[in-house]
Design a protein around this ligand. Structure first.
Ligand code: DGJ
Length: 738
């Protein structure tokens, strides 16, 4: 997959679907030649980078060769201070305060497969699934070395990129900016797509046309954030959901990040993604190394949907822990919105018994089971059971729940500490913030200093003890506030704090998932505030949003599906009026939306009427039909809530030749048109299909070209013959090839 022209030092990474080509330029730096749909291999690609047009005032490193200017050449790892005035991939400060680097190629290696990144989550691949190229360079002045790492996957249109810096010099240097990926594209006719939002309305799809200047999404919150997701796509302006070129960047990281597209004065685009440079100052003593997180670069020539499908496959096959990928996740019930902090053993016992009756498989006890936590002002950090609420202990409760045939799960918020807690009295030095300045609260809580290994050890001991006492099946790992006063009282260098904090979080995740591989982790950050591939490496599902309102969830889940597979999207049916929007929605509508994720309930079963209980039982059976498709089906977005009044999507299993379609119309518009249909995708044109509930068969071409008939809608006069009408219309269609 990696073809090399030894003489001209050209590297062609190709798997028959994509090509990524670069070479070593005459100044020793790697220059970019091509990225996109696979190209036939040529012995020489050097004509892809020509130097004929440069303005007279351009700076150039070689005397008598004004054409070769770093201001205009396409590069792989641009440096600062040598004539490229766009954003550099790297800034390394030497002892004299200089930021100038001059990396020159020294060697390369090719390996089969892909190695893990030390201390960081990353994609994985066996020897026959990928090939990795390492390019080594050195700055002859500072003796700082760089290794650029490229992995190409054999069956996926994806390149993983990361880099490593080593200080082989004699002076300590400081890394001030390090992009995991920098890629120069020859054009700028792209729309930039990103997933932005806020608490309770995460990952709404945003689109803007590129124009000269820098277009950026980022987080400086210490978490990847509700506001901007660490994902960015560039779509050709003519590309659509199903056609045309789109490329996407995912950051396998959960903290401060930047993702940007910089369009220059020649309408070329520099794409970059990495740790946010603000307050990132990494000291590198002689012989020390720094490993960057990984970026996954995905390509599609089949529109945005094609990009999502490729990313979903990659995440399933090469990022989520293998043991969870095919494993059906339990249908869960979470007591949070049913009880908040107000529960005791009896209440929970009854809750669990009723849940079991309904067919639920996992009972999750949310916040409030530890310390003296009767509201959100206290006890975070004190991970000892609250004997007032649970006098027989947490182990006894777990035993009772399990005796009913349910699995048992618990909520933790390991990274936090309450100002009113025993832990803070014992270890005030473990709190993030400066000793002599006020500490800013968020949800009445402070943050534990995960850059301090003692904190990680403490949490590991506490959580392990609870996991063992309860024989725990599931953990919901929450994080309800962002970081302020980023400062460690125990000596972490301030410029290293954010990254070291995250390394501590990953270390705890790693130790827990290694020691307790059967515990299913669901990540959460006040809902979807850390929905990223860093988390997914350890926790294969994530609570998508605190907003469980089904109408709002259409946008949240649709937006999320652009970058992440459905098996990662925690989606539950909750009580009405909805606690975040006060909206009433039908139980059917809520379930029809929640089926397309990892399904569960967020309500008090004792508040359901007998009729509703019967409906819930049916819903769980329906989900059991959808569930295998969530894990192995291909996802097609059919109609967008961001563009239309209707949302639709489908999952199709190529092998089993069966699928499921979700269709939703939250608001009714009067006097609708006749013959409304929904055009499906991914079927075979000449095959016949049965659609459950519709008493005739269809050819694939009809379902894709004319569409699936949606039934007769109320028009004000046709009461006798209607199939549907009013607000919150929804339908889930099961389709099978005959
Ligand atoms: C925020 C989460 O998103 C909720 O689901 C719940 O777990 C609360 N925290 C508990 O404090």
């Amino acid at each position: 997959m990696i073809r090399i022209n030894e003489e001209s030092k050209q590297f062609h990474l190709t798997n028959g679907t994509i090509s990524y080509i670069f070479h070593i330029m005459k100044n020793g730096q790697p220059g970019h030649l091509y990225y996109g749909k696979a190209l036939r291999h040529q012995d020489d690609f050097s004509h892809f980078q020509t130097y004929e047009n440069v303005a007279p005032n351009t700076t150039h490193p070689f005397e008598g060769d004004p054409g070769f200017s770093l201001e205009t050449v396409k590069q792989e790892f641009p440096v600062y201070g040598k004539g490229d005035y766009r954003e550099a991939a790297v800034l390394i400060e030497g002892e004299q305060g200089q930021l100038i680097s001059d990396f020159e190629y020294t060697s390369y290696q090719v390996e089969k497969g892909k190695s893990a990144l030390s201390g960081l989550p990353s994609s994985y691949a066996a020897d026959d699934q990928a090939e990795t190229l390492r390019i080594q360079m050195i700055d002859p002045f500072s003796k700082v070395e760089v290794e650029l790492v490229y992995t190409i996957f054999s069956d996926d249109p994806v390149i993983a990129r990361s880099c490593r810096i080593k200080n082989s010099g004699e002076e300590t240097v400081q890394i001030k900016r390090l992009m995991s990926l920098s890629l120069d594209l020859p054009e700028a006719d792209y729309d930039m797509l990103h997933l932005s939002g806020a608490w309770a309305r995460e990952r709404h799809l945003q689109r803007k046309r590129l124009s000269p200047g820098i277009h950026q999404v980022s987080s400086q919150r210490g978490a990847s954030s509700h506001q901007q997701n660490p994902f960015l796509a560039l779509k050709r302006t003519t590309a659509t959901e199903q056609t045309g070129e789109v490329m996407g960047l995912h950051f396998v990281y959960s903290g401060n990040f930047v993702a940007q597209a910089e369009v220059d004065h020649y309408d070329t685009t520099r794409l970059q993604m990495g740790i946010h440079p603000t307050r990132f100052e990494w000291n590198l003593s002689p012989e020390d190394s720094f490993q960057s997180p990984e970026v996954l670069l995905t390509y599609s020539d089949q529109g945005l949907n094609g990009l999502s499908q490729a990313a979903h496959r990659l995440i399933h096959d090469h990022l989520i822990a293998k043991r969870w990928v095919k494993k059906e996740r339990p249908v869960l019930i979470n007591n949070w919105e049913a009880t908040y902090f107000d529960f005791n053993e009896q209440k929970l016992d009854k809750f669990a018994a009723e849940a079991k009756e309904l067919g639920i498989e996992l009972f999750v006890l949310d916040d409030g089971w530890f310390g003296k936590r009767n509201d959100d002002t206290t006890s975070l950090g004190d991970w000892f059971v609250d004997k007032e609420k649970l006098p027989n202990g947490i182990g006894a409760l777990a035993e009772k729940v399990k005796a009913k045939g349910l699995q048992f799960g618990l909520w933790f918020e390991p990274e936090m500490i309450s100002p009113e807690s025993e832990l803070i009295e014992q270890h005030p030095e473990w709190v993030v913030g400066m000793p002599d300045r006020p500490h800013t609260l968020g949800r009445n809580q402070l943050v534990l200093d995960f850059s301090n290994p003692e904190v990680v050890d403490y949490l590991f001991e506490r959580m392990s003890s609870i996991i063992e006492e309860t024989k725990l099946d599931y953990i919901k790992w929450d994080m309800n506030r962002n970081i302020t006063e980023p400062f460690s009282k125990t000596g972490t260098a301030p410029g290293e704090f954010f990254h070291r904090y995250l390394l501590g979080v990953y270390e705890l995740y790693d130790r827990l998932t290694t020691n307790y591989p059967d515990v299913l982790f669901e990540s959460c950050a006040g809902g979807g505030g850390r929905f990223d591939l860093g988390m997914m490496y350890y926790a294969p599902q994530a609570w998508a949003s605190d907003d469980t309102d089904a109408v709002e969830r259409l946008k949240i889940q649709y937006g999320t599906s652009i970058a992440y597979p459905l098996s990662t999207i925690g989606s539950h049916v909750s009580a009405v009026p909805n606690h975040q929007t006060l909206r009433e929605t039908a139980l059917k509508f809520r379930a029809d939306v929640a089926y397309f994720g990892t399904f569960g309930y967020e309500l008090d079963p004792s508040q359901l009427t007998e009729e509703e209980k019967a409906e819930v039982k049916k819903q769980i059976k329906t989900y059991k039909q959808v569930q295998p498709l969530i894990q192995s089906g291909t996802f097609y977005r059919l109609s967008s809530p961001f563009d239309q009044s209707e949302t639709a999507w489908m999952l199709w299993d190529e092998e089993k030749r069966e699928g499921v379609v979700g269709w939703y119309k939250p608001i009714f518009y009067p006097n609708p048109k006749n013959n409304q249909t929904l055009k499906l995708r991914g079927l075979s044109e000449s095959a016949s299909y049965e659609v459950a509930g519709l008493n005739r068969t269809f050819y694939g071409d009809e379902l894709m070209q004319r569409g699936l008939p949606l039934g007769i809608e109320f028009n004000g006069a046709n009461t006798g013959s209607i199939d549907r009408g009013g607000d919150q219309q929804s339908h889930v269609y099961f389709i099978k090839e005959l």
